[in-house]
Design a protein around this ligand. Structure first.
Ligand code: ZN
Length: 410
């Protein structure tokens, strides 16, 4: 998004405030707010990453004195030290205000009953949905996750009209409701789904089985929590609440801003956060900016539905490749399983992409299948691969999320 003088002034103030924290005092040593006169100055500021926030554990991010902090949240690290984000009362109020705006963007009103299935506790999901619902004046039904039978009972008895959930839990609920033939008793009209990469197929299934309109909500614990962006009824990306934050899209390898409309990693600078202001925070979420004004009339700019994580992305011959895109391309081809591996090499001055994929077709048909895969892959991913068919189970599996793309070029 455009960095105008007004935002630049807010960022200057934010930097001055952030330097009250131990963390930014050290990180921005030698950087003075008044040095930030132009966009070029801003773009020279270092990024802040999740690792940095871990190093600030427990309260190194706090930019206000203890008595102003009213609560903390923590982001779920998969390993090691968690990240702790302190909030002032104003931060909590601002978050609720943004969340209320999310509900309103989805046409949800004080007459709605919002069943909240994301978890409560250290992380920001459940309580964010709750805050926004209360400020809106809707009836919050704070279920938290799990206990699907009780979940459905409450949904029916209380006549919930809105379900807040992750896409996977929404799907599970939809299946249970279908299985028990309860669809007629359920009064849901809308689903607010925490944004993650989820396919169009899954979206249609949830919408159809629950009989609801679906909305994507965006957010992360480091920047308030869910509720900093929301899709509207036109289903074209998510409006971002840029009165509270400034965002950029960067090339994850070079750190430079991408050209307009190109896919990049979302980087966020908070404009009003007191407890733990963040400057150029790397979210690792891949998306792109959508051009023009939205038909809904909201003037807030839009980012596309999340496309994947920047950690998984590679660039080959100008094309951007990430597992989601490859999954999608391969899922269209008969006889090709979902298991694949990509090897990237740099040979004789050129990038080479070798695509290994598993198939159940007889070996005699490999050559013909490889040709089809090459055509489809080129069409959908944008690069011509060297396809290599292998038998089912021949590619290595691992307990954890298996690595799909091996970049041997550097
Ligand atoms: Zn809109």
């Amino acid at each position: 998004m455009k960095l105008n003088p007004d935002i630049l002034a807010q960022i200057r103030e934010n930097i001055a405030h952030a330097k009250n924290s131990e963390f930014y005092k050290k990180k921005f040593d030698g950087i003075e707010p008044e040095d930030m006169k132009t966009e070029a100055d801003f773009l020279k500021l270092p990024f802040t990453g999740k690792e940095d926030l871990r190093d600030a554990y427990p309260l190194g991010l706090a930019a206000v004195s203890d008595e102003k902090i009213v609560r903390i949240h923590s982001s779920s690290g998969t390993t090691g030290t968690p990240v702790i984000i302190p909030y002032t009362q104003k931060d909590v109020n601002d978050w609720a205000f943004m969340f209320k705006r999310c509900y309103e963007t989805a046409g949800i009103t004080a007459k709605d009953r919002i069943q909240i299935t994301p978890g409560y506790g250290l992380w920001t999901a459940g309580i964010g949905f709750q805050l926004g619902a209360e400020l809106l004046g809707a009836m919050a039904v704070p279920m938290g996750p799990g206990n699907t039978d009780k979940q459905i009972k409450m949904m029916i008895d209380l006549q919930s009209t809105v379900i807040a959930a992750t896409s996977s839990y929404a799907l599970l609920l939809a299946e249970e409701i279908e299985k028990h033939g309860l669809k007629d008793k359920v009064k849901l009209k809308k689903g607010v789904i925490g944004s993650e990469r989820w396919g169009e197929k899954m979206r249609r299934r949830i919408a159809c089985e629950l009989g609801v309109e679906l909305y994507d909500i965006y957010g992360l614990t480091e920047i308030y929590g869910p509720g900093i962006g929301m899709s509207c009824k036109h289903e074209c990306g998510m409006h971002m609440w840029t009165d509270f934050l400034y965002y950029e899209l960067i090339d994850p390898k070079t750190g430079l801003n991408v050209k307009e409309g190109e896919i990049g990693e979302l980087v966020i600078t908070t404009l009003k956060k007191e407890g733990a202001p963040l400057i150029r925070y790397r979210t690792h979420d891949l998306t792109r900016e959508l051009p023009g004004e939205c038909k809904c009339g909201l003037h807030f700019p839009r980012i596309d539905t999340l496309i994947g994580r920047s950690d998984d992305m590679v660039k080959v011959k100008g094309a951007i490749i990430f597992p989601g895109k490859v999954d999608e391309a391969l899922s269209q081809i008969d006889g090709v399983s979902s298991e694949y591996q990509i090897m990237l090499d740099h040979l004789n001055g050129r990038d080479k992409l070798t695509l290994f994929f598993e198939t159940s077709v007889p070996q005699a048909e490999y050559a013909e299948l490889e040709k089809r895969v090459a055509v489809q892959f080129k069409e959908r991913v944008g690069v011509t691969p060297s396809p290599k068919a292998v038998g089912m189970g021949e590619l290595p599996r691992s307990e954890k999320k298996s690595t799909r793309i091996f970049d041997n070029r550097y």
